[in-house]
Design a protein around this ligand. Structure first.
Ligand code: UD1
Length: 421
């Protein structure tokens, strides 16, 4: 039985040492969904132990897929798909459960899912996904919180996305893999997780090119039947979070298993504040010589500054010299951490989609609540440097996206522990 827990942090310790980054949450979820397209079993390595991964595993199992998860390796056998409907309880637990739609439509011609849940950071509609499916010739029923789609053979299509949505690009790519003819996705998302999905599907036998650019071409094939093993890319948001953890505590941390190009926008902004970052092949070293300067940030689709690093940077800039402005362009409701940071002494004013942050000399620990995954990470970062003790409730949000977060921070010297409430 799970019990309600909180994190207790005593701030003020400089983090030092090294940490290894785990496989990327936002890469593994589409790869798990993409495995539904395969006729043979698939082995995934570097699988992070996260609640969201467990939820996706359960979603696949509910469809009749056999999944064997040992350590960081997962074997997926999709040969016995027996259901095309994700139970509402699973769909509501996680937004990314919607990623089974594209593969089910591509492989089986049908699916039924409830409107998905996930972090409460905005309305997060599904219109772009569904527009793509319609372009393939699918008939969509969208009512009573449930989406059902059916198609008698998908026909490749030319699809222009109104916005480069990550999930819509992934869903459309996966459905197109087994469609007849060629699909072109224009204004596609360019995130590294899209390139990862292309590489994975191509290993299985798909014919996709262009991922990482704004136009992706998918030449449909009859089936995906290569037995493969694939190691997932490291998590760029976990990397960025540890970079800020090192910086905010004025520490010096070596971060291993990193693809520096994936986190360039964050590196550039941290450097602009005065943080020293040395990039090597698969690692970065972060150190902070003195105080840091205010900077302005606008979240944008990749390669712009990632929205998933916005809360962590906000707490960092709360302690900068000067006034910073962060403009959130991706999600309309992603400022729920602001109230909690203010309770810790941060000076932040909201003006529509922008947060105006006036640097203060110190934060003070208190009881705060994580309202979503990255907001929770920001509160932990604040707690690491705050005076006195910080108690963070809503820890279950953190477990969706960070594996053993507090024990890895403890290895770097942090005074942090988890306890039942
Ligand atoms: C993915 C990431 C999430 C990240 C986000 C943006 C995963 C599992 N999650 O989420 O961590 O914060 O990208 O980088 O990879 N939109 C529409 N209609 C749609 C789809 C999206 O209007 O049909 C809007 C959304 O409301 C949002 C914006 O597009 O404002 C971006 O969403 P999207 O890129 O789709 O994010 P996700 O794939 O859900």
């Amino acid at each position: 039985m799970s019990c309600v827990e909180r994190l207790q942090i005593t701030g003020g310790v400089r983090l030092t040492g090294s940490v290894r980054i785990n496989g990327a949450k936002n890469a593994i979820l589409p790869l798990l969904a993409g495995s539904l397209l395969s006729e043979k079993s698939v082995v995934l390595e570097g699988v992070p132990s996260l609640i969201d991964v467990k939820t996706m595993k359960e979603a696949l199992e509910s469809l009749g897929v056999r999944v064997n998860w040992r350590g960081d390796t997962m074997q997926i056998d999709p040969s016995g798909i027996s259901s095309l409907e994700v139970p509402p309880t699973l769909a509501r637990r996680m937004r990314a459960s919607n990623l089974v739609m594209g593969p089910l439509l591509g492989r089986c011609g049908r699916f039924k899912v409830s409107y998905p849940g996930g972090c409460t950071i905005g309305s997060r509609p599904m219109d772009l996904h569904l527009k793509g499916f319609k372009a393939f010739g699918a008939v969509i029923e969208d009512n009573h919180g449930c989406i059902a789609a059916a198609a008698a053979g998908l026909q490749g299509a030319d699809i222009h996305l109104d916005f480069p949505s990550v999930g819509a690009t992934e869903n459309i790519m996966m459905a197109a893999t087994l469609a007849q003819g060629t699909t072109i996705i224009r204004n596609a998302a360019r995130e590294p997780e899209i390139v990862e999905l292309q590489n994975f599907l191509n290993k299985l036998g798909a014919r996709i090119q262009g991922a990482g650019l704004d136009t992706i071409r998918i030449d449909g094939v009859k089936k995906l039947d290569q037995e493969i093993s694939h190691r997932v890319i490291p998590d760029r948001i976990e990397t960025g979070t540890f970079m800020v953890a090192a910086a905010i505590t004025r520490g010096e941390v070596l971060i291993n298993n990193v693809i520096p190009e994936h986190i360039e926008a964050v590196t550039a902004k941290l450097r602009e504040t005065g943080v020293s970052i040395i990039e090597e092949d698969e690692r970065v070293i972060v150190a902070v010589p003195s105080n840091w300067k205010a900077v302005d940030i606008r979240t944008m689709p990749f390669p712009g500054f990632p929205t998933d690093m916005q809360p962590q940077m906000m707490v960092f800039l709360s302690l900068a010299q000067g006034t910073s402005i962060i403009t959130e362009n991706i999600f309309e409701n992603r400022f729920r951490h602001v109230g909690e940071l203010r309770r810790m002494g941060a000076q932040i004013r909201l003006e529509g989609r922008s947060a105006v942050i006036t640097g203060v000399p110190a934060l003070t620990g208190t009881v705060v609540e994580a309202t979503d995954l990255r907001a929770g990470a920001a509160l932990v970062l604040g707690g690491l440097v705050a005076e006195n003790t910080t108690s963070i409730e809503g820890v279950e949000h953190l477990d969706r996206g960070y594996e053993n977060f507090e024990s890895r921070l403890r290895m770097l010297g942090a005074q942090i522990c988890r306890e039942p409430i």
